[in-house]
Design a protein around this ligand. Structure first.
Ligand SMILES: CC(C)[C@H](C(=O)O)[C@@H](O)C(=O)O
Ligand code: SF4
Length: 494
């Protein structure tokens, strides 16, 4: 019987059916970070349990680590304490730890793919909602909670519900200057932030087929912001080319066998879907959020929507957003003054994101506007080293960006990188919730890296197509978008 990738991978990993739509699923790869693992390790200790398959559990540090230095001990005491705890836990339980001290660290959703750990046909979990990112490689990748982190450590299995599958088919061609970030903001705006609840999103169609792996990761990263527990793209030649030669990818005869198997897990052409949504790529504009959830987005040359014809619940959430963001219905988003520009995160902190911005800044000679604090934070240390080797750090710094060490940084501000007071931030991250970037009253507008750069140089929200001209920088070649990881130590901070 024809099947989707989701159903094939799910069935191959289902250990047993528990009833009520629940299954015990074997986990191929469990990624661990410092924010959601401490309690899980404590629970193992309390029960005297070991980690069942240590080699299938790999840890990194991302949420709390500072980005202005790599020198230990960190001056931020909480960050230092949480990192030390992760070091202790991974040491005691025999997990591989991608240590900042060896320059191996990075945001969990950046390091998995760049190390070739993320592969098609796998089940991947992590105590982090944006685990959906790994679906870009044709994996079934799910965010889990801390008690499930405990379960996976102890048994390498997790109890999950089987999801329905919605094919989100985007055909046609994107306009010049329109990026994967705009596509996913558009999808979420159209289908709603709760539209994907109960579904896995299979992203497909001509637009997705043409995307690089970096772009597919941006797309899948935010599937969860549209309510989908999992998002994926069927593996194809782009996927295989990106995996070839990576440290943990199969090699030699194993490679050919793996590729044959990876092809076989892709959705069958006649696979049945629970729902299909078809979108035209040509009509997608550069998007920017104006409100307090990722679905409250408009074209960058659009205006804050009115609550006039909205149902009561929507109207209430619109009014909440107007008040928090200090905007009015009908007000154009273009020109809204920003205080901070943040380039980075697991959504858009990869090599091609920074290359695209550097190309635009260098070509136009534009500089960050006075009064704007602009941060460029690579998603991993390997990304940072690749950017430095290409001279991208110098280009960004000449244009007025601070070029930092890698981490989650101001995406969530569980570290010293925070907004202050009512500051408004143009951000390439994925969430614009109230207080998300570290100040309880801080404001976030989500957009593509190019739009962040446009806002940085204009001092306010601006259409990247008019600031930098079109067509925008071509995407980086597919073989360079995810660097093959070096294992060197980061250069010490000045
Ligand atoms: C800290 C972690 C639990 C959280 C998540 O699950 O996504 C964070 O990464 C985020 O982006 O909000
Ligand atoms: S970069 Fe942001 S979204 Fe991604 S894992 Fe870190 S905090 Fe979460």
């Amino acid at each position: 019987m024809a099947k989707t990738l989701y159903d094939k991978v799910f069935d191959l990993h289902a250990v047993r059916e528990l009833g009520d739509g629940q299954y015990q699923l074997f986990v191929g790869l469990h990624l661990v970070h410092e924010a959601t693992s401490p309690q899980a390790f404590s629970m193992l200790r309390e029960r005297g349990l070991k980690v069942a398959y240590p080699e299938r559990n790999i840890a990194t540090a991302d949420h709390v680590i500072p980005t202005d230095t790599v020198l230990r001990p960190y001056t931020d005491e909480l960050g230092e304490a949480m990192l030390s705890e992760l070091e202790r836990n991974t040491g005691a339980f025999g997990l591989r730890f991608l240590s900042p001290d060896r320059g191996e660290h990075g945001i969990v959703h950046v390091v998995g793919p760049e190390r070739g750990l993320t592969q098609p046909g796998m089940t991947i979990v992590c105590g982090d909602s944006h685990t959906t990112t790994h679906g870009a490689f044709g994996a079934v990748a799910l965010g889990i909670g801390t008690s499930q982190v405990r379960d996976v450590l102890a048994t390498q299995t997790v109890v999950v519900n089987r999801l329905k599958v919605r094919r989100v088919q985007i055909d046609g061609a994107l306009g010049a200057g329109v990026t994967a970030k705009d596509v996913i903001l558009y999808v979420i705006h159209r289908l709603g932030v709760m539209g994907g609840v109960g579904y896995a999103y299979e992203f497909a169609g001509e637009v997705v087929d043409r995307m690089s792996m970096d772009e597919r990761m941006t797309l899948c990263n935010m599937a969860v912001e549209g309510g989908a527990r999992c998002g994926y793209v069927n593996p194809d030649e782009t996927t295989f080319a990106a995996l070839r030669g990576r440290p943990n990818a199969p090699a030699g005869a194993d490679w050919d066998r793996a590729v044959a198997w990876w092809r076989s897990v892709a959705s069958d052409p006649d696979a049945p879907y629970d729902d299909v949504v078809c979108l035209d790529g040509a009509v997608i504009p550069p998007m920017v959020t104006w409100g307090i959830n990722p679905g409250q987005a408009v074209p960058v040359d659009g205006a804050v929507p009115s609550d006039r014809d909205a149902d009561e619940e929507t109207a209430a959430s619109l009014r909440d957003a107007y008040a928090y963001m200090d905007v009015e219905p009908g007000q154009p988003v273009g020109g809204l003054r920003i205080d901070v520009a943040f380039l980075g995160s697991c959504t858009n902190g990869r090599v091609s994101d920074f290359l695209q911005v550097a190309e635009a800044l260098e070509r136009t000679g534009l500089r960050v506007a006075p009064g704007v604090r602009a941060l460029a934070v690579p998603g991993s240390n390997a990304v940072r080293e690749e950017l430095v080797s290409r001279g991208v750090d110098a280009i960004l710094e000449r244009a007025g960006f601070e070029f930092r060490f890698s981490g989650c940084s101001m995406c969530l501000a569980m570290n010293p990188d925070k907004l202050v007071g009512r500051e408004l931030c143009a951000s390439s991250s994925n969430r614009n919730f109230k207080g998300r970037q570290g100040s309880p009253t801080g404001r976030t507008m989500i957009m593509s890296p190019l739009a962040v750069a446009a806002a940085a140089v204009r001092g306010g929200i601006a259409d990247p197509r008019s600031v930098f001209g079109t067509p925008a920088a071509p995407a980086a070649p597919a073989d360079s978008v995810v660097p093959v990881v070096p294992a060197s130590r980061p250069a010490p901070a000045e």
